[in-house]
Write a new protein. Structure first.
Length: 275
């Protein structure tokens, strides 16, 4: 069972609620779409799923249908009673009333890896939330997130493209991201003015314990992309000089968008080794 547009409209109206612009609420009200998301999430019996922004529970229902255990997180106190009514009695479904940006993830998920995060994320929190989870929540091994198409393209970008930026490097440092589908605006209530895309993000942790000063590296990344049209010898003046660029094998005439994750790692090592 999933929720139709008329179901969602009736529930919201009956509770005296409407979608809150401040929370970026756009509810998915198409059965085929939520089942497609559940399928792309590649979860089933024995899997542990954490869903952010469960809303009325339409996607929660589709995830529960797979047999996975689902921890559904919802910030809106007005929606939580409706969410409990729709999915609270299902086996394996746990509802958490909380703000995902302020969660103590280790308390909620524990420290064992293997969790899959699935979410229809509000556009205003998607970038910092995903970047922070990739960086700081190792229990989440894989994600399938629905975000604004432009945001998805930045998550999954490759070097030397206009979309490649600081957040692309942050995600690419610990994970591989790829766009696995697009979602039309017509499946949402209310209908947004943007197109959405589905991004799969799989943690690889290949750079953990790489001996790089991550704080230094990401400060270089931010500085480089803050002046992405400038050559690195100018954009990074005062933080990584010509000597560091030379040691890292990076031309001073290169620009930030030309550097892959491995190049930023090399540059941070070189910059950190300065006497």
């Amino acid at each position: 069972m999933t929720l139709s547009r008329s179901d969602a409209s009736r529930m919201l109206e009956g509770a005296g609620l409407r979608a809150k612009r401040a929370l970026g609420q756009n509810f998915v009200v198409d059965a085929n779409t939520v089942r497609r998301i559940a399928h792309l999430a590649r979860v089933g019996p024995g899997d542990r799923v954490v869903e952010i922004g469960a809303g009325l529970g339409s996607l929660t229902l589709a995830l529960a249908e797979t047999g996975a255990s689902v921890t559904a997180v919802e910030i809106d106190s007005g929606l939580v009673p409706l969410l409990r009514m729709n999915v609270g009695g299902l086996p394996g479904v746990d509802i958490v009333h909380a703000d995902a940006t302020e969660l103590e993830w280790s308390v909620l998920l524990g420290n064992e890896p293997g969790w899959v995060l699935v979410a229809n994320l509000p556009y205003n929190v998607a970038t910092p939330l995903v970047a922070d989870i990739v960086a700081g929540v190792p229990a989440v091994s894989r994600m399938l997130v629905m975000v604004q198409r432009e945001v998805a393209e930045r998550f999954a970008a490759r070097p030397s493209t206009p979309e490649w930026g600081a957040v692309s490097v942050r995600i690419g440092y610990r994970a591989d991201a790829r766009i696995v589908g697009h979602v039309p605006a017509t499946v949402f209530l209310p209908r947004p003015n943007v197109e959405s895309s589905l991004v799969e993000i799989v943690r690889h942790d290949r750079n953990v314990d790489s001996g790089v000063d991550e704080k230094l590296m990401f400060s270089l990344v931010r500085a480089g992309f803050a002046k992405r049209r400038k050559m690195l010898r100018g954009a990074l003046a005062g933080t990584a000089g010509a000597a560091a660029l030379e040691v890292a094998g990076i031309a001073g005439t290169a620009r930030a968008e030309e550097l892959a994750v491995e190049d930023w790692i090399s540059l941070a090592r070189a910059a950190g080794a300065r006497p």
